[in-house]
Design a protein around this ligand. Structure first.
Ligand SMILES: [Zn+2]
Length: 186
């Protein structure tokens, strides 16, 4: 996505994480949306690539500076990235050197929250025995059939150790279904 002028202007065109390169991307810090630049961080090509690279620790020494940025979105993203390396002394040092708002820390760590409940594609909580409908056709591994979109799966069973999975019977076979492709029948 191209970057808005207002966001560029906020840090005089520079990447708000490394301050070293020109900002060319607007990065929206989840779970917030891109309605306001207060939810965004202006980042350069290098930082954008590093965000998705789990081995980018060396690059992120720059967060030592950005964590002091006055924008909560920049603080939250910096903290979130540092958190991935918190077992390493350099990251731990940066984290412990700042005193961020509780809200900002929560925003940062929201990316690591694991949901403890099974939810369908629309956020409805699923329970054992519920009936669901498939919101997407599924190729069923190890069988030759496709479960059509709209198939009703009755009396589902939750997979205990994985909130993304449920089990249900389709064509008389018990299959594992991803919760994100289901809609609970109320
Ligand atoms: Zn950068």
């Amino acid at each position: 996505m191209s970057i808005s002028q207002a966001l560029k202007d906020r840090n005089s065109n520079l990447c708000e994480l490394c301050n070293a390169e020109n900002a060319t991307h607007e990065y929206t810090v989840s779970p917030k949306n891109d309605e306001s630049i207060a939810n965004q961080v202006a980042v350069c090509d290098t930082c954008l690539k590093a965000i998705d690279d789990k081995e980018a620790g060396f690059h992120w020494r720059c967060l030592e500076g950005s964590i002091w940025n006055p924008e909560p979105s920049v603080q939250a993203l910096s903290y979130r990235l540092l958190h991935q390396y918190k077992e390493e002394a350099w990251a731990e040092n940066i984290i412990s050197s700042v005193d961020l708002d509780e809200d900002t820390i929560q925003w940062a760590l929201s990316a690591y929250e694991v949901s403890a409940v099974h939810k369908d594609a629309f956020g409805n909580v699923l329970e054992n025995g519920d009936n669901v409908v498939l919101t997407q056709g599924l190729n069923v591994k190890g069988t030759s059939f496709t479960a059509q979109k709209g198939t009703v799966v009755k009396r589902i069973k939750l997979v205990h150790d994985n909130t993304d999975h449920i089990e249900g019977k389709v064509n008389e076979q018990v299959i594992v279904i991803l919760t994100k492709y289901t809609k609970k029948l109320l």
